[in-house]
Design a protein around this ligand. Structure first.
Ligand SMILES: *[C@@H]1O[C@H](CO)[C@@H](O)[C@H](O)[C@H]1NC(C)=O
Ligand SMILES: *[C@@H]1O[C@H](CO)[C@@H](O)[C@H](O)[C@H]1NC(C)=O
Ligand SMILES: *[C@@H]1O[C@H](CO)[C@@H](O)[C@H](O)[C@H]1NC(C)=O
Ligand SMILES: *[C@@H]1O[C@H](CO)[C@@H](O)[C@H](O)[C@H]1NC(C)=O
Ligand SMILES: *[C@@H]1O[C@H](CO)[C@@H](O)[C@H](O)[C@H]1NC(C)=O
Length: 448
């Protein structure tokens, strides 16, 4: 049984399913739509006439994957088109174009951080300043990713957590995948966030943090297409985030205060200490640090659990892959231990993961950017300042010209291709390669 990407899309557009939102929506979109500016020189999916695009915008919300694929086929691989949502147009670039532009000298003018700030309603859902003063992102892009000691600590914590949640037994035992992988991700993250077992080993704390990540993502999608002036009013009505935030603060607030007052002699090597080091004086307070922890909490738990979920389900449906992957892993770990090098050598495992993501591409569009100025492409087309820009993901992952027999699941597709690549001296493709043909983490220097 191949998984369809319905699960993710349902979550993605939870908005459309929720009745009260639909009512608010219907009332306001009519007004907003009139106020929209039209990106007139860029071909529009479904036509750019007023009613045509209005109708298309709802088709887009209901089934973005099909609509984007339509655009990709119609306007071609090198094409550019725009897709309407009820409140704006998204300018969709081809993967090559997106990569060229974001690597080019003006790449910074198509900003990931600005798009993310707009998309995620962070100011309303988390608190003020979370995107205006993103000092925490430099810690994540620097020490968090590079610190191999932390990698080891996370791995140990995952091991311990697995033994608790999925103990070995000779009998079959039912395990609910999603909550389990969320807990695993939360324990691994908070192990390095606060080197404090009172937190990362406390079940109530981990429960609060996983609950909050789920509610946060749901709220982002509910808020994505609301205009800003509605958002403050909508917060108490359609999200329980404020209540959950209070619960989380009861755990984290005092611990952060303690660190802020603490003496530097017994400084711990964990993420929060790096955050405190990186923050400017005017933001060095517990509430400000707290919302940054929340943001990272959601990104990590959502990102890991979404990916791990589809991989585990696909593996459950294709058990013939278990044995060869297990053999590969055992052999490599015997030689290299559980190191970063070892992970990079597990070609079959990696291939299976990549193929799963390719076939179940979770996002019709990816790599969001916002144009900070009027942005002129080499062919003269202008993307107006403030436009949201994106790139085709799932349609590309299903393109027969890129992936022959694209509809077919072949767990060793990337493994076999990489062996050929190594033979012919070209670059093998890994899970984290940034290439127009595999866009899960976005494209360009600000890839996500
Ligand atoms: C996007 O962000 C800008 C400034 O950060 C704001 O003025 C604008 O209203 C936002 N748009 C949406 C749709 O949230
Ligand atoms: C996981 O933990 C168990 C004991 O708790 C230990 O025997 C085992 O070696 C650990 N595995 C790894 C890979 O660290
Ligand atoms: C978890 O933390 C809360 C609040 O600090 C505490 O009341 C509770 O006893 C802790 N639970 C465990 C299992 O340690
Ligand atoms: C500061 O560190 C010293 C040595 O580790 C310890 O004895 C002292 O209690 C600490 N002070 C505070 C306020 O935590
Ligand atoms: C953000 O906006 C872009 C449009 O540029 C879109 O493709 C993307 O799916 C949106 N959502 C998220 C969560 O990034």
């Amino acid at each position: 049984m191949a998984l369809s990407n319905r699960h993710n899309l349902d979550q993605y557009f939870a908005l459309v399913q929720s009745l009260d939102i639909r009512r608010i929506f219907a009332a306001i979109t009519g007004l907003i739509f009139v106020a929209l500016y039209f990106v007139a020189s860029i071909p529009a999916l479904g036509g750019s006439g007023f009613f045509q695009s209005y109708i298309t915008s709802f088709r887009f919300l209901a089934n973005p994957a099909v609509m984007v694929e339509e655009g990709y086929k119609k306007f071609g691989k090198e094409g550019i088109f725009r897709a309407p949502t009820p409140i704006n147009w998204i300018v969709v670039l081809s993967p090559e174009q997106h990569q060229r532009e974001s690597k080019g000298p003006n790449g910074h003018l198509l900003s990931f951080d600005a798009a993310n700030a707009n998309n995620s309603s962070g100011e309303y859902l988390l608190g003020p300043g979370v995107f205006r003063y993103p000092y925490h992102l430099s810690v994540i892009r620097g020490p968090m990713i590079k610190n191999t000691e932390w990698l080891e600590e996370m791995r140990n914590e995952i091991n311990v957590t697995c033994e608790e949640l999925i103990p070995l037994s000779s009998q079959w035992k039912a395990i609910t995948v999603l909550p389990t992988v969320r807990t695993l991700a939360a324990r691994a993250l908070h192990r390095i966030m606060f080197a404090d077992p009172d937190l990362y080993r406390n079940r109530s704390f981990i429960q609060v943090m996983t609950d909050i990540s789920v509610e946060h993502i749901n709220s982002i999608y509910k808020f994505m297409f609301l205009p800003n002036f509605i958002k403050p009013v909508a917060v108490p009505l359609i999200t329980s985030l404020p209540r959950m935030r209070k619960k989380a603060y009861a755990f984290l607030g005092p611990k952060i205060e303690e660190r802020l007052k603490g003496n530097l002699t017994d400084k711990q090597d964990d993420l929060i200490s790096h955050f405190i080091e990186a923050v400017e004086d005017q933001h060095r307070n517990a509430p400000s640090l707290f919302i940054r922890i929340l943001q990272l909490n959601t990104a990590v738990i959502h990102g890991i659990s979404e990916t791990a979920f589809i991989i585990l389900m696909e593996l459950a449906a294709r058990q013939e892959y278990i044995q060869p992957m297990r053999e590969e892993i055992e052999e490599i770990v015997l030689q290299h231990g559980w190191s970063k090098t070892a992970l990079s050598l597990m070609g079959k495992l990696e291939s299976f993961m990549m193929e799963t993501i390719r076939v179940n591409s979770p996002h019709p569009l990816n790599s969001p950017r916002k144009a900070l100025t009027d942005y002129v492409l080499p062919n003269g087309i202008c993307i107006p300042k403030g436009s949201m820009v994106s790139v085709v993901e799932s349609a590309r992952h299903n393109d027969e010209a890129v992936y022959p027999n694209a509809k077919q699941f072949d767990g060793l597709r990337f493994y076999n291709n990489n062996r050929l690549a190594v033979k012919s001296g070209t670059q093998p493709r890994t899970f984290t390669s940034i290439t127009p043909d595999f866009i899960v983490f976005g494209l360009g220097p600000q890839a996500w």
